[in-house]
Design a protein around this ligand. Structure first.
Ligand SMILES: NC(=O)c1ccc[n+]([C@@H]2O[C@H](COP(=O)([O-])OP(=O)(O)OC[C@H]3O[C@@H](n4cnc5c(N)ncnc54)[C@H](OP(=O)(O)O)[C@@H]3O)[C@@H](O)[C@H]2O)c1
Length: 354
């Protein structure tokens, strides 16, 4: 089968003829219909602060797929089902659970590649930038009514933002600020906050064109250009929830500008890719009774809820632009994904002839 293969850290992602995945009793064999190519995919192929991936491997996290065959020890899935692959796999031990992203970089918890993680990575190595993939049933969500349309591949990114908003305790009527709203995760956060009945959504970011697009979605969205810490806080005003979806910014100031804007009793959730230390005055957190929480990936139930919101028309998945690519030109697709950023999502449709 055809797949995007990563031969080693820093290698160029290449189109390869890969071995057909073979059904095992504990697995589900999938035909990949659509997989989101995240904006920073090129960074993932390089060795760096995100940690290495076991190579060679077929890259690709999450996606929408059709079930081709079901292992004998798997129950509840049938051939032909359209499912979402969540990408996150956990160990079976409840006492000290461990988790990692299959086909991608990312280890949960303390981020350490323990022998358990290494064994799981070896067993369930390959990702979804391929025509077919074998995955454990634990990583799948059946999507009633889904067709496998490219836009459905956005569900994973929306579920990441939805989980973060859950962890912050977002409620209808809350005022929300999204840092990095011009990125893909931030864009998803803005849409979700609106769908959940936020009374005001402050979209904070760099890219003026994307800020304008966000403001056009709904009268509740107020764009705020990212500036220095104090003016940014002042422009946001007080909010109940801050969602930090920033990428790797060179300073902690944008995040701290968000924290300064949280009203007493409110919450800030860190879900982005900021790799800075935060100096947080103890008294500020204590007196304002703030909650500062982190969020990584999502529970399967969260993705299902997002799907039901989209299917019911409560959540507008049709508004972000989607650029579809085929398997033929991985370098071109990664470049397009990096250039597109929050203004659109690049989705790989393996069956598409370029
Ligand atoms: N917690 C999780 O489970 C999880 C899951 C997936 C991803 N992530 C992380 O979330 C981050 C965002 O993902 P994404 O898909 O939204 O990426 P993205 O589309 O590339 O968005 C990155 C955002 O950060 C902003 N940004 C980047 N560099 C900046 C700088 N120097 N100054 C100011 N703003 C800057 C971008 O602004 P512009 O639009 O102006 O470029 C954009 O708003 C990633 O870094 C990723 O590591 C976390």
């Amino acid at each position: 089968m055809r797949a995007w293969m990563l031969d080693g850290p820093g290698a160029t992602l290449r189109l390869a003829e890969a071995a057909e995945p073979e059904l095992r009793p504990d697995g589900v064999l999938l035909e990949v219909l659509a997989a989101h190519v995240p904006a920073y995919t090129d960074v993932v192929t390089q060795a760096g602060p995100r940690g290495g991936v076991p190579t060679p491997l077929v890259l690709g996290v999450g996606g929408i797929a059709r079930v081709l065959a079901v292992g004998a020890d798997v129950f509840g899935f049938a051939v032909g089902d359209v499912v979402a692959h969540v990408g996150l796999l956990g160990s079976d031990d409840v006492v000290a659970p461990e988790e990692f992203l299959t086909g991608w970089t990312g280890i949960g918890g303390r981020g350490v590649r323990t022998p358990t993680i290494a064994a799981m990575q070896d067993r369930w190595r390959d990702g979804t930038f391929a025509e077919r993939v074998l995955v454990p049933a634990d990583a799948l969500v059946r999507l009633p009514g889904a067709t496998g349309a490219p836009r459905e591949a956005l569900l994973g990114w929306f579920a990441i933002a939805a989980e973060a908003l859950d962890r912050a305790g977002l409620e209808a009527g809350h005022e929300v600020a999204v840092l990095g709203a011009t990125g893909q995760l931030g864009t998803a956060g803005v849409h979700l906050a609106l769908a959940r009945g936020a009374s005001r959504v402050v979209a904070v970011g760099r890219n003026p064109a994307q800020l304008e697009r966000l403001a056009a979605i709904d009268a509740r969205v107020r764009p705020v250009p990212l500036a220095d810490r104090e003016p940014t806080t002042a422009a946001i005003g007080e909010v109940d929830v801050v969602l930090d979806a920033l990428g790797p910014v060179p300073s902690a100031d944008p995040t701290l500008a968000g924290l300064d804007a949280v009203r007493p009793g409110g919450a800030m959730v860190l879900v982005g890719g900021v790799r800075q230390d935060l100096a947080i005055p103890y008294g500020v957190l204590m007196r304002r009774r703030l909650r500062l929480v982190g969020s990584w990936m999502f529970r399967r139930e969260t993705l299902l809820r997002v799907w039901r919101q989209a299917a019911a028309g409560v959540l507008d998945l049709s508004s972000p632009a989607v650029e579809v690519v085929g398997l033929d030109d991985p370098a071109g697709a990664l470049d397009l994904a990096a250039r597109t950023g929050g203004s659109g999502f690049v989705v790989l449709v393996p069956a598409r002839a370029s």
